[in-house]
Design a binder for this molecule. Structure first.
Ligand code: BGC
Length: 260
């Protein structure tokens, strides 16, 4: 298989939709075989697998809820028997949660966001790292967000999960470096996917959002997919323990762009 990821095997959580689906296809375009993990949408997962195979790569889909220890154990048993050696893990499964001020929201809903975004990433990354450390090669890429550094009213669980992911990523990178394994994060800004359709689907919401982006447009899932494919490849062989933001300038304090 040609391409910068030729001969590599990848696993992408949340690969059935949004950024995860675009990442899965971009990895396949770069030559990797790609297994995707989906929680509920079997039909969407099958579509993505078709897309992976249309690029001449092998595809596989596995059902698992990344927030459940038993599910992740079962997932990695499948990986060990059908998808080893694993070279690339992309943790893209995530939810925004419902908007609620911290003092008004439901604690159980808060915890669910942490469980999916942070605990789920931890569960998958630790399983992949155990194997990658052993084989002395591999890359883990966690899909974070601009909200690992930008506070977001109504989404304290989401911001906490992504800020936590940033420090967890750095710590895992420190632990894995001497074993030849890289761990890093990608921090997308406002990427047009189903997760934020309630904002971009409404003209007032969209205008308010675009005001926060110096590029004046939302990003596409494909722009994140291509970045992840580069970071997963040896072209990024010296990159570890950092978050690479892809946000059209959203983290650049856009409120100051005309002075102030
Ligand atoms: C969230 C999106 C949001 C974007 C920019 C992302 O991490 O998932 O819903 O549009 O950040 O605020």
């Amino acid at each position: 298989m040609s391409g910068s990821l030729g001969g590599k095997r990848a696993l992408v959580t949340g690969g059935d939709s949004g950024i995860g689906a675009a990442v899965s296809l971009a990895l396949a375009v770069a030559g990797a075989d790609v297994a995707i993990v989906y929680n509920r949408d079997e039909v969407a997962a099958a579509e993505v697998v078709k897309g992976i195979e249309a690029n001449g790569a092998k595809g596989l889909s596995v059902q698992a809820n990344v927030a459940e220890v038993g599910d992740v154990d079962r997932l990695f048993e499948t990986v060990a028997s059908e998808w080893a050696p694993l070279d690339i893990l992309v943790c893209s499964a995530g939810i925004d949660g419902h908007a609620a001020l911290s003092w008004e929201g439901d604690p159980e809903a808060w915890l669910t966001v942490i469980k999916v975004n942070l605990f789920g990433t931890y569960l998958c990354a630790r399983k992949a790292l155990a194997q990658m450390v052993e084989q002395k090669s591999g890359v883990v890429i966690n899909i974070s967000s601009v909200h690992e550094v930008i506070p977001w009213t109504g989404f304290s669980a989401y911001t906490a999960s992504k800020a936590g992911m940033s420090m967890m990523t750095k710590t895992m990178a420190q632990e894995a470096a001497e074993h030849g394994v890289r761990v890093l994060a990608v921090g997308p800004g406002a990427i047009q996917t189903p997760i934020n359709q309630n904002v971009w689907g409404d003209p007032v919401g969209l205008k308010d959002l675009l005001d926060k982006i110096p590029f004046g447009r939302m990003g596409t899932p494909e722009e994140i997919g291509r970045l992840v494919a580069v970071l997963a490849s040896d072209d990024a062989s010296y990159v570890t323990g950092t978050t690479v933001f892809a946000d059209g300038g959203m983290t650049l304090f856009p409120g100051f762009r005309h002075g102030g």
